[in-house]
Design a protein around this ligand. Sequence first.
Ligand code: G3P
Length: 214
Amino acid sequence: MKFFLDTANIEEIKRINDLGLVDGVTTNPTIIAREGRDFETVIKEICALVDGPVSAEVISLETAGMVKEAREIAKWADNIVVKIPMTEAGLAAVNILSQENIKTNVTLIFSVAQGLMAAKAGATYISPFIGRLDDIGVSGLELIEKLRQVLDIYELKAEIISASIRTLEHVEATALVGSHIATIPGNLFPKLWSHPLTDNGVAQFMKDWAEFSK
Ligand code: G3P
């Protein structure tokens, strides 16, 4: 499974990219607004930092506006992926953009039907939101599992980006059900390599070595 970072924070991206663990980055208007910096500048900086795909979202809600924005955003870097909301207008935009070889990530997917529609419209990536489904008492993981089955049965090319990931358990479980990618918030990522028993173990080794070397 590939690891994307769900952040526009340059320091978070640099820290984890230095470990060789960043396969891509996803952003959305909320994430960009959190940084309080110019959209285009931030996206270009991220694209220069990481080798993998970087998702930047359109703001328009109409097809023509989305396509216009997407064509502009796609010029910012070679590794840009344009994020499009899962609406009728969005599907029409994805259909047009896929014919122009502009990569798309269809976001805010909450059902198998929506995922299938987006994949058939030509999306490069589809982003089901695990945490927000869990919030309303529906299993986000079950959706990921079913989407993977549907994509495989019909040999559709779209890759699943498990999004709205909130916990370490989400990351582990989404890997087990065959998500192609997990996009992980910058503040959650360090928890993937941490375990209290590792910390205790290191402390014990150091203590015993200090005793022995006296
Ligand atoms: O990747 C989508 C993510 O940014 C939304 O997460 O926690 O607001 O549902 P959340």
